[in-house]
Design a protein around this ligand. Sequence first.
Ligand SMILES: [Zn+2]
Ligand SMILES: [Zn+2]
Length: 681
Amino acid sequence: MHYAQIAIPRPLNSTLTYIIPDSLIGKIKPGYRVSVPFRKHTSVGFVMEITQTLPKDLVCENIKEIKDILDNDPIFSTQMLDLLKWMSKYYCAPIGEVCKASIPSKLIQIKPVKRRKISEPAEKNFSKINSAQLTLNSEQAAALNSIINSLSSKDKKPILLHGVTGSGKTEVYLQAFEEVEKMNAHGILLVPEISLTPQLVQQFQSRFGEKVAIYHSGLTDAQRFHEWEKIRDGKVFVVVGTRSALFAPFKDLKLIIVDEEHDASYKQDEGFLYNGHDSAIVRANIHNATIVLASATPCVESFINYESGKYNYHYLATRATGALLPDIEIVDMRTQRNTFTKEKQSEIISPPLFKAIEEILSKKEQALLFLNRRGFANFILCRDCGHVFECPNCNIALTHHMLPKRMICHYCEFAIPVPDLCVKCNGTNLKPMGQGTEQLEEELAKMFPDSKIARLDKDTSTKASLRKTFLSSMQQQKIDILVGTQIIAKGHDFPNVTLVGVINADTSLHLPDFRSYERTFQLLTQVSGRSGRGDKPGKVIIQTFQPEHPSIIFTRDHDFKGFVDTEKQNRKALNYPPFTRMANIRFQSNTDETTSKTAKKWLSMLKTICNSLNISDDVHLLGPAPCPLHKIRGKYRWQLLIKAPNPKILSKILLRVNHIINSSPSAGCRITIDVDPINMM
Ligand SMILES: [Zn+2]
Ligand SMILES: [Zn+2]
C-alpha cells in the first residue's frame, strides 16, 4: 500500500493519512494539491509526504482514499515544504494553516486552476523610464561587492546592511538584483508596507519593467493569483512585496533582501503568528541563498548577531547625495509654557518650532510635522469628576475627532456623538485632552494662514491611491507643511523638505513593552532622516517633556552604536531578548473571570511541565496578568510570558503546551501561543 500524509487547510493538530489509489501511484508526490474526503465534505489537501507503511497507531480500515490530483505540477517545491514544516513546528501552528497562508486563496478551492487571461493587471505597466544605473560611492560599492561575492559563495552568512537615512540603499538593491538576473536566478525584496514605499516600487518597475512582480495584501484574489503564477512560471525574476511575498514560488532563489528590517510589521499579528523577517532567513538558508537585512536603524537583535560573528556587516555612513545628516535640536517642553504672546498661544507648537517653520516658509522650502496620534484630542475628561469617556467594548479612551465630529474607538471603530454632559455626574465641564493630528492641522492653519497645509493619516488616506496623490503633491511642492502620523515617517524622499518637527517624542516612550525605547529611537531617527536629503541642509526639532531620555539623546547625536550599547545592557540586566527567548501565551474569553481562571490554571500546568522536563531553574514564568489592552472588542485578555534561555528549551515546553491545547481545549477560552512576540499589548 502507498500512503500520503496530507495537510488540510484547517486548524488540525497534524497531517492526516490517506491511501493513494492505484491509479494515482507515481503521480502523487510531495507538494501536489489533491482532493480528499474530509468529515462529510471534500477538501483540498496538500501532499506533505509519501510512505509505504502506516504511522504506528493507525488502523488501516479507518483510512480513506485520496479522490483526485488537482494540478499537473506541484504547487510547493521541496524547499518550500521544508520551510512550511519548519514554520509550523517553530510557531506551533497547524501545518494546514501554514500551507494556506503561503498561497493565494484561489488555490484553497477544489478546482483545477485554469490559466486564463486576466483583465485586471495588479499594477500599471511601467515603461523603463530612467533605467540607468546610478554611480555608487565607495561605501555602496563595497556593500554591493560583498552581496555579489556572497551570491556565488558556498558558505553564507546573513549580511546586515546598516545605512544612514538617505545613504542610497535602494540603488545597492537594484544593482544586486541586476546581478541575480544575469545569473538567470530569482530574488525577493521584502518591504514593510507597499503603499508607504511608492517611490521604491516605482524604481524597481522602471529598472526592471515587466520582469518584476508586486505582491501584497491589497491585491484582489485574482490579481494575487496572477502575480503568483508569473513568479512560478519564471515570467518575472524578482518580486517586491510585503511579508507574504516571502512565499514567492521561485525555483532558483538566490537573493532575499529585507528592507527596513527593524520594522514590526514583518510580524503577522493575527491568525497564524509568524515573523516574516526570521522566516526569510530560514528560507534563504534552505535555498543556500544570500540574505541581506537592511535598515538605518537595525534592530538590537540583528546588531548583536553581527557583533557575535553570526552576520556580516556593512555600514553606509554617508548620504548618497553627499548631503549631511540634519542638525537635531531638542526643545524641552517643560520650559516652553506661556512663552508666546496672546495671539500666538499654542500648546502644540513651541516658539523654536514656530520660528523654524516661519523661516523655511520664507525660503519656499517644505516641512514635515510628525505626531503619532490621529484625531483631534486623545480623550475627553470631565473636569468635575474625572470621568474619561471610554469604549464599552475595549476599555480604552475614545478619541475625539472633528471631521466627522465623533468620539471613535481606534480598536473596534465604536463611535458616539461628542457628548455635552458627563455621563457620570451630568457636569458640563468637559475638556478635550492631548493633541492629535487634526488639532495640529487646525492650529497650523491659524498660525500660518497663507501656507498650504495637508494632513496624511489613516483618516485622510483610507485608500492607497489617496496616499499616492498626497505624496506626489508633496513631491511637486504643492504642499508647504505636511502633517502626519507614522505614515510620513519612513521611506519618503522629498528633497525640498528641510525641516522635520516631532510634536511629541514621548508618546511611544512609556508603553508597557520592553522594546518601547528601541521603537522610539527608530521612529525618531527615521522621521529625522526625512530632513535635508537634497542639496539644502536639513533641520529637525524634537519637542519632548523628557529631554534627557537616552532614546532622545542618542537620536540627537546620530549615535546608533551608543543606543545599542545602552539597550544591550538593559536587556541583559532584565533578561530580555536576545539574551532570552520568549513566548507569550494569550488567553481571551467573554468574561474576565473565565480568562483569569484559565490563565492561572495554565501557570500551574506550566510549572508542572518545567518540573517534568527538569528545566524549572532555567525558565522564568511571568504572570499571568491582564494584557495592557485588557479588553478589546468585548473580549477580556490575559497573558503569561515564558522566558527560556534558548530556543531549544523553549520549543520543548511549547511542544507540550501545544499538545495540551489541542487535546483538551479550554471551554470558552481561546488560547494562542505567540513565539518571539513583538506586540506585547
Ligand atoms: Zn463628570
Ligand atoms: Zn472599542
